[in-house]
Design a protein around this ligand. Structure first.
Ligand code: T1G
Ligand code: NAD
Length: 645
């Protein structure tokens, strides 16, 4: 296959890259571009070159699948230098995404123009590396140090309009890109050419800039190594020569490429891209989703409504009585209004989102719904009554989903007519924020219903993971083991705050006890009490002792910690120490890393049991659950990756 083709439009050559799916810079593509530069330099009939891409995007970066392998020439930095040194000016015509090596190739071009929908970025730090082909050296020469630091250390792409404001692109083309780029090239030839980026100087940043940028970058990185290493490259670019900075960037790139963090982040990258489209469902068409409904407007229901609205769907919200309808609508409104207050939404957008929700108590309004998601009380009788009604009013092919956390979906579906339409869709709180969606089919679930669950995840931009049926599904089952293991350490005398600090040190935003204080200890306690009442042998936990003493978490002013009124800062609690003393044998001395290693090993052990039972399909699926549902540090790759599974 020809990945690079050349076509002449008068005295301007168009170099077209066609390397599906995302025009990644494979060896063949690098060679093809190199050869094109040679050929066009030698062609006296060519005065300028437009570099464009076929398919859905400009060059999306280096080929991530080549990262583990020895690099084969032409190396990307040499290719970028070759294009920059071309005798005729190159104009990058960018649509879709110009990311990583793709943007670096564009920086080798003398000009960059972009379609209005295009985005440009250097996401390398999200893969545990730094740009490896001049991104840290040329970017500050084009847009200044401050903007370059922002682009490179966060890895966040920018849209064309913002890119133009920064100076990253020379023009935004409205209408067809290629004719616009050709016109731009023709016009550029009438003026003196700007200097190539490698021969431009870097404007030094304000005094004290680096002293502020270093701690800010370290804080935002939360333990990931690449952002600070990228910052060091940018500093080198600002303080040393172009060649010295290029050498420093290359050295940093090669060093990080082989690192455990980079391997972990690549693992997550591929797992996330594979998750939305499981191979088993490749030939199964999902049900188109236009009319959706949510039953129950509490914490979860309101969050699910918000997520559906943000994806552009009008939503019907059903509650049990008129008062509950009002409360449910108010819950939804407060999500949007809160986002507007924090500046995340304009007030107009918040109003439009609110207006797309219709509240009702009448199931008859659901006759034409394509999808109904139930989020009522976690009570089997209540849920069954809901599905009994849904079964009677909804279309036989409408997808009927439960958001249950712990109930057996098979029992909820019992007696439902056309059970092929039933499925578990387990959202995480807050449902409009958390990326994870556990998809739980019952034995009767039809492939089309399952495919619709995955389609919904894509629509909501969530990461779907299929789970088999067991208590707590994948995520909450591992959470239970993790919490039990943390309690076991407390029983051996490891201080509660030391355990939380160890997990924060590992990269979690919060330790297990802090997190329980935030969410409340009572829900899990009630669940254990329920099991005990049903005759199961559930041993007394330390959490039970605290709840019995009225300590349910922050909402009661104390749980595992004390909280000053109105404060969220946990304080070590002498009361808790006294309450738990009879259950604690002092003595165990563990370092933070030992604590974290022990607890992550417990998560992975539960993960292995889950795999052995066929509940999860792969170790990567479990890693996605932990990263997107429970705050496991992404750069550690998840508990299975971290434990070598
Ligand atoms: N390399 C190899 N395969 C890639 C790839 C890449 N860079 N990017 C995507 N794919 C595959 C992906 O696995 C999937 O495969 C298919 O393409 C479609 O992807 C030297 C070192 C461009 C915005 O980080 O952000 O350059 O499942 O489903 O939703 O400094 O892909 O079909 O088999 O995501 O339309 C920097 C990552 C690399 C870009 C398109 N570049 N990609 O989104 O499709 S580091 C990136 C994306 C670098 C240099 C450094 C997105 C996209 P399959 P998709 P999409
Ligand atoms: P909640 O108590 O905040 O909300 C439940 C809502 O359901 C209430 O507004 C109630 O009025 C309504 N409701 C009760 N019976 C109804 C009926 N017959 N018809 C219509 N509405 C009815 O509870 P929640 O935390 O939102 O949990 C809802 C479901 O989501 C539960 O199954 C729970 O296990 C699950 N879940 C909760 C979380 C979480 O973190 N809270 C996370 C994932 C899943």
């Amino acid at each position: 296959m020809t990945v690079v083709s050349i076509e002449k439009q008068g005295d301007i050559a168009v170099v077209t890259v066609d390397n599906p799916p995302v025009n990644a810079l494979s060896q063949a593509l690098r060679q093809g571009l190199w050869d094109a530069a040679e050929r066009l330099d030698a062609d006296p009939g060519v005065r300028a070159v437009v570099l464009a891409c076929a398919g859905r995007t400009f060059i999306a970066g280096a080929d991530v699948t080549e990262f583990g392998k020895p690099p084969v020439p032409p190396h990307l930095p040499d290719l970028v230098a070759r294009i920059e040194a071309a005798a005729k000016p190159w104009v990058a015509a960018i649509h879709g995404s110009a990311l990583g090596g793709g943007l670096e190739v564009a920086l080798g071009c003398r000009f960059r123009v972009a379609a209005a929908e295009a985005s440009l970025g250097l996401p390398e730090v999200t893969l545990g590396i730094v740009p490896g082909a001049g991104g840290t050296v040329r970017t500050p020469r084009l847009v200044g140090v401050e903007a370059a630091v922002d682009l490179v250390t966060t890895g966040k792409p920018v849209r064309a309009a913002r890119a133009q404001a920064l100076g990253l692109v020379d023009a935004v083309i409205e209408g067809d890109l290629l004719p616009g780029a050709l016109a731009f090239a023709a016009e550029a030839l009438t003026r003196p050419l700007p200097a190539p980026l490698s021969s431009r100087a870097v404007t030094p940043p304000e005094p004290g800039f680096w002293d502020r940028a270093e701690p800010a970058t370290a804080k935002a990185a939360k333990g990931a190594a690449a952002p600070l290493r990228a910052l060091a490259c940018l500093r080198k670019a600002a303080e040393a020569s172009f060649d010295q900075a290029m050498a420093f960037e290359r050295e940093t790139f090669l060093d990080l490429r082989g690192s455990t963090q980079a391997a972990a982040l690549r693992h997550v990258f591929f797992a996330e891209r594979a998750a939305p489209r499981p191979a088993a469902l490749r030939d199964v068409a999902p049900l188109p989703l236009a009319r959706v409904a949510v039953i129950g407007g509490g914490t979860m229901g309101a969050g699910i409504v918000a997520a559906l609205r943000e994806a552009g769907l009008p939503v019907a919200l059903i509650e049990r009585d008129a008062e509950a309808v009002e409360r449910g609508l108010a819950n939804v409104a407060s999500i949007f209004d809160g986002a507007a207050k924090r500046g995340k939404l304009t007030p107009e957008r918040a109003a439009a989102l609110r207006q797309g929700v219709t509240g009702s108590t009448d199931y008859a309004t659901l006759a034409e719904a394509d999808l109904v998601i139930e989020a009522v009380f976690e009570d089997i009788a209540v849920k069954r009554a809901v599905f009994d009604q849904l079964g009677r009013v909804c279309r036989a092919d409408a997808v009927l989903a439960t958001n249950t956390s712990y109930l057996d979906p098979r029992l909820i579906a019992e007696g439902l007519a056309n059970p092929g339409r039933f499925i578990g869709l387990h959202f995480f709180s807050p449902a409009n924020v958390m990326k994870l969606l556990e998809i739980v089919p019952v034995p009767e679930t039809a492939p089309r219903t399952l495919a619709t669950g995955f389609a919904l995840a894509r629509l909501l931009k969530k990461i779907p993971v299929q789970s088999g049926i067991c208590e707590g599904f994948i995520g909450n089952r591992i959470l239970k083991r993790y919490r039990a293991a943390a309690e076991a350490l407390v029983r051996r005398g490891v201080p509660i705050d030391r355990i939380d600090a160890a997990m924060r040190g590992y990269g979690f935003a919060m330790g297990p006890f802090q997190a329980q204080d935030l969410g409340g200890l009572d829900i899990a306690h009630l669940q254990r009490e329920g099991a005990r009442a049903a005759g199961q042998d559930v041993p007394e936990t330390l959490g039970d002792i605290l709840v019995r003493a009225g300590r349910k978490g922050q909402k009661t002013g104390g749980g595992w910690y004390d909280y000053a009124p109105g404060e969220r800062q946990p304080q070590v609690s002498p009361t808790v120490a006294a309450l738990l003393a009879p259950a604690v044998t002092p003595g165990a001395a563990m370092t933070g890393p030992e604590i974290a290693a022990a607890l992550v090993a417990e998560m992975a052990a539960e993960g292995r049991a889950i795999l052995a039972e066929g509940i999860a399909e792969s170790p990567a699926a479990i890693d996605l659950v932990e990263i997107h549902g429970y705050g496991f540090p992404r750069w550690r790759g998840g508990p299975m990756f971290a434990s070598g599974a």
